[in-house]
Design a protein around this ligand. Structure first.
Ligand SMILES: Cc1cc2nc3c(=O)[nH]c(=O)nc-3n(C[C@H](O)[C@H](O)[C@H](O)COP(=O)(O)OP(=O)(O)OC[C@H]3O[C@@H](n4cnc5c(N)ncnc54)[C@H](O)[C@@H]3O)c2cc1C
Ligand code: FES
Ligand code: FES
Length: 481
């Protein structure tokens, strides 16, 4: 595989060219330690607090448009910036004139400590650039990845509402600059015996992985990044999927939605929710926008966490995975993908190419519920999903899958058997709750006790029943009242 070793990206109108880049150096380390550009802060180094938020601009798939997205620079590896523009809190003010986001924060007394404020500014800037008329929920969502434990969000929300009243500096031609840093070939870096590859197409990726079956596949890095920043693991060979067009495709056919494994959650979620509107709340509560902007559906499935959020819903939909090794592809039901805690059916040199999600049928109700300590930006303690078809008062098809109750996300087969063919009634649900206790023997950990996990999952099933009797019940929370 031929390719260049120079990482090239745009920063403040200049093209930055870096040689001999450490493959797992984070964007935040580069900013703070190499450039001594210290506006972006390190709070947690695990994508949770938002103090390190920056915005990345990149060409869209057509090459004509530009996408801007907030990401967490603390877990993003520097070589993934290749071909993009990096925008930091220092980039916003135009000489003496503050950006409208910054001005609105000052005017509304929303500028708080120097730790959290730069991250808030960048999340608001991403909102400013991508949504000209956000509602309250859009603003809450945009800020959900920025934590402040000291004061309050009210003045920041007020600033986010008001920031549109001032005029922003005329944007420079981002597209033209981005075109200058595009590459046709692959990127390959060798640094002190460690290697980073960013193949340009899926065939190159497949053959590279076959030659290096021990390599770490890197997609959004929202799991892998933490292996480095928190577990201090040294990754010898990293192969990045972000530049592979084939893995970034999203298509709808007559019978299924096909989501490339490297499609970000931000891009995949609207396509899934369009088909299954009741999954909206689950996906809105999946991490935060910066994590969803980087993280992918393939990464969520491949990582295989028992508390991963997408898998329960995808399992009840009878989703299958297209797996590829070299030139060979095989299709496997997601139900059969996991063999144990963080162990999957993926063979050495094999990767997830795409995820095939069947389209809805008219009479099926599909829903998923997430139970976590915080509403936003929190990992599930329990996540449940259901697909139900009732005909003439009795259940003709019922599937249920759960995360947080076993070593893998898995189907609740005894519960399904207790419901299928029965009247869709309170009595059936109570019987099924007993079966649910036979399906799973959850553990106690820092997120929840075994007992509460089981009881909550039973209550979530009761709640799903209630929802089918009326409208979907949104999780109720109040805006700081
Ligand atoms: C602050 C924070 C909040 C989070 N909140 C949630 C949440 O609410 N719900 C949730 O489910 N998860 C959450 N996560 C976990 C994470 O964001 C998701 O699992 C995400 O989908 C991972 O995708 P990624 O592209 O970043 O994967 P990466 O980190 O790039 O990779 C994850 C794993 O998948 C493998 N992999 C990636 N692509 C492929 C492929 N095509 N084929 C084979 N293997 C592949 C990698 O080698 C690695 O083992 C959170 C993470 C953070 C840091
Ligand atoms: S430092 Fe906390 S999200 Fe990056
Ligand atoms: S963390 Fe900055 S004011 Fe709370």
């Amino acid at each position: 595989m031929a390719g260049s070793a120079t990482v090239r990206f745009v920063l403040d109108g200049d093209i930055v060219e870096l040689n001999d880049v450490d493959p797992t150096r984070t964007v935040l380390q580069f900013l703070r330690e190499d450039l001594r550009r210290k506006g972006s802060k390190e709070g947690c180094a695990e994508g949770d607090c938002g103090a390190c938020t920056v915005v990345v601009a990149e060409l869209d798939r057509s090459g004509d448009g530009v996408l801007l997205k907030a990401i967490n620079s603390c877990i993003q590896f520097l070589p993934t910036l290749d071909g993009k523009e990096l925008i930091t809190v220092e980039s916003l003010a135009d000489g003496e004139s503050l950006h409208p986001v910054q001005k609105a924060l000052i005017d509304n007394h929303g500028s708080q400590c120097g730790f959290c404020t730069p991250g808030f500014v960048m999340s608001m800037y991403a909102l400013y650039e991508t949504n000209a008329n956000p509602g309250r929920q859009d603003i809450d969502d945009a800020l959900s990845g920025n934590l402040c434990r000291c004061t309050g969000y009210r003045p920041i929300v007020a600033a986010a509402t008001e920031m549109y009243s001032a005029t922003a500096p005329i944007p420079k031609d981002r597209r033209q600059q981005l075109q200058q840093v595009q590459r046709g070939d692959s990127l390959q870096i060798e640094h002190r015996g460690r290697r980073f590859f960013a193949p340009a197409n899926v065939d190159e990726f497949a053959s590279l992985l076959q030659q290096n079956p021990e390599a770490t596949i890197l997609a959004g890095g929202t799991d892998v990044g933490l292996w480095v920043t928190k577990q201090h693991r040294e990754l010898q060979t990293v192969i990045y999927t972000g530049r592979i067009a084939e893995l970034n495709e999203l298509d709808v056919s007559d019978s299924y939605l096909s989501v490339g494994a490297a499609v970000t959650l931000t891009a995949a979620i609207p396509a899934i929710v369009r088909q299954y509107p009741r999954l909206d709340e689950l996906f809105r509560r999946f991490a935060s926008p910066p994590i969803r902007n980087a993280g992918t559906i393939g990464g969520n499935i491949a990582n295989g966490s028992p508390i991963g959020d997408s898998m329960a819903a995808l399992m009840v939909l009878d989703t299958s995975l297209v797996l590829r090794c070299g030139t060979l592809e095989r299709e496997l039901s997601l139900d059969s993908f996991y063999h144990g805690y963080m162990v999957s059916d993926l063979q050495p040199g094999e990767f997830i190419a795409r995820v095939k999600i069947p389209l809805p049928t008219d009479d099926a109700i599909v829903s998923s519920q997430k139970w976590s300590k915080r509403f936003d930006q929190d990992i599930s303690a329990v996540c449940t999903a259901y697909r139900l078809v009732v005909r003439d008062g009795s259940v003709s098809a019922f599937r249920m899958a759960c995360g947080g109750l076993a070593a893998t996300v898995s189907r609740a087969t005894k519960t399904e058997a207790a419901i299928n063919g029965q009247p869709w009634s309170d009595a059936t649900i109570e019987n099924a709750c007993l079966a649910l206790a036979e399906d799973f023997a959850p553990i106690t950990d820092m997120r929840a006790s075994a007992d509460s996990r089981l009881r909550v999952s039973q209550n979530l099933l009761r709640r799903f029943f209630a929802e089918t009797q009326s409208e979907q019940l949104p999780t109720v929370y109040t805006y700081g009242r």
